[in-house]
Design a protein around this ligand. Structure first.
Ligand SMILES: Cc1ncc(COP(=O)(O)O)c(C=O)c1O
Length: 444
């Protein structure tokens, strides 16, 4: 039996209707280098979604490999309660310097960061004598992970529906990516005026709502969020899990939100980081927060401490990978290099952008998205398979086709990406038109 067939039986794959693998088994990947994945037959596939938006500098990136290897020979893992180690201290201090939020709490993945931020916010208000502030606000189309707490602030019906009875749903307010900016700000102002006494925090993805289909919006919304959250004493949680580390053109997406009145960056009360934090190599997440939140837990009573733990919190290997990421940003002008790569890819992608069935092109930093004009409900699955055959890993979200590649793309990688995307598009559209009934739920 092939590896793919064995995987179909023994491995329950995420975000997948497993029955689909009866006809299309998962592709077996045995190696990766830079932006390229190598399959079991030696075929090369360009990873144009950075393996679920995690990879920054390509696979097998030498500085990260060296850092992990070095750390492995010194200290593999220790619990972080009552003990500490050099990589976690250095990483926390450096993230504090980069964001102005000097207290880092660690988890293992994006969803655990969301859980930590939500719990920390509500517990902080409780410690401050305001236990009634325990509700949350999310945005229309928002996505913050799929554990029970994270799902309760996520507004993607497909992911939420089956589990709705388990959730304590947050309020969902209009997204500025889907409504006029001022209407979205007014809706938030109105909601907070009525409900601030019960509201602990607003959680959002700054600038790009990834799972909603790379829905992009103006940084001006974040300036308004900061102002309104200050006015009504509500925490602002910026979920930078997908957009942090240069993805949107700045180190962190919220840093593009500058209040014209003060000249200051609109700084969140909590920042959730994961994915690119380790360059896409090891699972790690962190929630950064303010002195005010940290101090609200400083007490003689254990019940006022933050009651949350994961066994692998602050894993030294993952922290070293994250430090190698920060070193890379410190030693190279990654954002400047990305601007050049991005302009070249935007230019090369003209044939896709001008395609008769493509509309609504948008781009921010190292994220490109287009809407495909097709009534075909199976388009995403069809496209994904056609693209794999053309040597590119792409997973449209519904009818949204997007690129979110590793930063290290040569001109020939980019040319391959665009040519393969156009070929796959034509094929998927033709197959859909031919009435192929095979559909697979479109997932991120
Ligand atoms: C904005 C955002 N938040 C949270 C998550 C959840 O992260 P994880 O899949 O690591 O749990 C994701 C994952 O795509 C995300 O895009």
């Amino acid at each position: 039996m092939s590896l793919s067939e064995r995987s179909r039986q023994a491995v329950w794959h995420p975000c997948t209707q497993m029955k689909v693998h009866e006809t299309f088994p998962p592709r077996a990947i045995v190696a990766a280098q830079g932006p390229w994945l190598i399959d079991h037959r030696g075929g090369r596939i360009l990873d144009a979604v950075s393996s679920w938006w995690v990879n920054l500098f390509g696979h097998n990136f030498p500085p990260i490999v060296a850092a992990i290897t070095d750390q492995l020979s010194k200290l593999d893992h220790i619990m972080l309660a009552g003990l500490t180690h050099p990589p976690v201290v250095e990483l926390s201090e450096r993230l504090g310097e980069l964001t102005g939020l000097g207290h880092a709490f660690y988890g293992s993945d994006g969803a655990s960061a969301t859980e930590i931020a939500l719990k920390m916010s509500a517990h902080s208000w409780r410690n401050l004598g305001r236990p009634g502030k325990n509700q949350f606000i999310g945005l229309q189309g928002g996505y913050h992970g799929e554990t029970v707490g994270a799902l309760s602030v996520t507004d993607i019906p497909l992911f939420r529906e089956a589990y709705a009875p388990l959730l304590r749903l947050s309020a969902t307010l209009p997204s500025p990516a889907m409504n006029p900016l001022q209407d979205s700000i007014d809706a938030l102002a109105q909601y907070l005026a009525q409900h601030h006494e019960q509201t602990a925090a607003l959680i959002l993805e700054p600038l790009v709502q990834g799972a909603a289909g790379m829905a992009m919006y103006s940084p001006d919304y974040l300036v308004a969020v900061r102002r309104l959250c200050d006015q009504y004493q509500v925490h602002w949680i910026a979920d930078e899990i997908a957009v942090g580390f240069g993805r949107t053109g700045s180190m962190f997406a919220h840093q593009q939100a500058v209040d014209a009145a003060t000249g200051q960056v609109a700084r969140p009360d909590f920042i959730c980081l994961s994915k690119g934090l380790t360059g896409g190599v090891l699972p790690l997440s962190t929630v950064l927060t303010t002195d005010a939140v940290y101090e609200s837990f400083w007490d003689d009573r254990a019940s006022h401490g933050f009651l949350h733990s994961h066994s692998y919190t602050g894993n030294p290997l993952a922290c070293r990978a994250a430090l190698a990421v920060l070193d890379t940003f410190a030693s190279r002008d990654v954002l400047g290099e990305n601007r050049i790569v991005a302009q070249r890819l935007t230019d090369l992608a003209e044939p896709l952008t001008r395609h008769a069935r493509i509309k609504a092109h948008r781009q921010l930093g190292m994220i490109w998205a287009w809407e495909v004009d097709t009534p075909d409900p199976g388009f995403a699955a069809r496209y994904h398979r056609a693209a794999l055959d053309e040597g590119v890993l792409l997973r449209p979200i519904g009818h949204t086709l997007y690129f979110m590649p590793p930063y290290a793309l040569t001109e020939s990688d980019q040319a391959h990406l665009v040519q393969a995307s156009v070929k796959a598009l034509n094929r998927a559209l033709a197959e859909g038109h031919a009435g192929d009934a095979t559909t697979m739920v479109a997932m991120a």
